[in-house]
Ligand binder design. Structure first.
Ligand SMILES: Cc1ncc(COP(=O)(O)O)c(C=O)c1O
Length: 349
């Protein structure tokens, strides 16, 4: 793999105490092009602008997919990746749906390892720090015909991040706009899914909500996800989360929490959830917790849900399942709790 290192590192001029999510980038990136039916040799170069034709198909038709994953440093200063094979699997599922050629395992895994070794200093070992990794593929043929591109570019960039208190999360149930529909691309991390969510999200923000809860496209009766998180309800002492479908993104955090919860003796139900069931549980005093899960936040408690004009305030629990599972997951990710699941892997020389 060709490697060109930067001559001016930004490491010493970066303020690691102030890292607004996704705004600071490490020194290097990995780039690999797909031309004439095959992925070429990947290359690591200094992070910087990529030349792109105005006629590049991604700019016109949004043929692009991405991933989001994290690497942590344990107390011995070793880099620990979390469930990297799941990210590759999902990237390739997304690629298939968007008619993008899949990435070979060796390109993804070796590229990741080499890039992380070079920018290892960007991942701080102190509690709360991680390095967010953003692999993505976009259509790069210079052609404005509405069809799948012939050429693609695969890139990995990384961004140092720190856990922060997101403040109260008040969400509103969305009954008009739709994130994803049956037969669509909701289960894929397709760039366009996110573009389409910004307008309804901004409207919810303007009304004072931090996020919205997406409902099914057909009837707007069933709960799907909250913003870019999978959503969970603790009803009594059972954790309920929507079953995966082609309109829900199968979160890797969601999958990890299903396993951890069950191993903690907590009953988990993955099934369809009616909005009316949530309201009923709240009215009966059975809705004890609501939380979202995702790579960026791990586990994020939700403070209130508004449906039409009614606000349901979820009081904090002393025996919070969300906080207990969050602690365990973060411990495994950081290497401070023994990983009996084989979820973590060291970045090796
Ligand atoms: C729409 C959506 N749902 C759920 C998730 C959570 O997935 P994961 O836990 O793999 O980060 C994400 C974030 O990646 C997302 O974008």
């Amino acid at each position: 793999m060709k490697v060109t290192k930067t001559s001016i590192s930004k490491l010493n001029t970066t303020d690691f105490s102030n890292l607004p999510f996704g705004t600071v980038f490490s020194d290097h990136m990995l780039i690999c092009n797909y031309k004439q039916g095959k992925w070429e040799e990947p290359e690591i170069s200094p992070y910087g602008p990529i030349p792109i034709h105005p006629g590049s198909q991604v700019l016109h038709y949004g043929q692009s997919v991405f991933e989001g994953m994290k690497v942590f440093k344990n107390d011995s200063n070793e880099l620990l990746l979390f469930r990297k094979d799941e990210n590759l699997k999902r990237l390739n599922q997304s690629a298939n749906r968007l008619s993008i050629p899949v990435i070979e395992e060796s390109i993804f895994m070796n590229g990741l390892d080499n890039l992380l070794k070079i920018d290892s200093e960007w991942c701080k070992a102190e509690q709360g720090y991680s390095l967010y990794i953003r692999p993505f593929i976009f259509a790069s043929s210079e052609c404005v015909k509405a069809s799948a591109s012939e050429e693609y570019t695969f890139v990995i960039i990384t961004s140092p991040s720190i856990n922060y208190y997101a403040g109260e999360i008040n969400v509103v149930i969305e009954e008009h706009y739709t994130r994803a529909s049956q037969g669509g691309v909701g289960y894929a991390k397709a760039a366009g899914n996110y573009a389409a969510s910004f307008y309804p999200t901004k409207q919810a923000n303007a009304k004072g909500f931090q996020q919205l809860i997406w409902t099914d496209a057909k009837e707007h009766k069933y709960i799907e996800e909250s913003g870019t998180m999978n959503i969970w309800f603790r009803i009594g002492d059972i954790l309920v989360t929507p079953a995966l479908s082609d309109s829900i993104l199968g979160g890797i955090t969601r999958d990890s929490i299903v396993t951890l919860a069950k191993d903690n003796g907590i009953k988990v139900e993955e099934r369809r959830i009616l909005i009316t069931e949530v309201i009923e549980a709240f009215n009966n005093g059975m809705l004890k917790e609501v939380f979202g899960t995702g790579t960026a936040v791990t586990v994020n408690p939700i403070n209130s849900i508004t449906f039409r004009e009614n606000r349901m305030i979820i009081k904090a629990q002393n025996d919070s399942f969300a906080l207990k599972l969050k602690k365990q997951l973060q411990g495994i990710q950081k290497g401070s709790i023994v990983d009996i699941y084989d979820w973590t892997s060291k970045v090796t020389d």
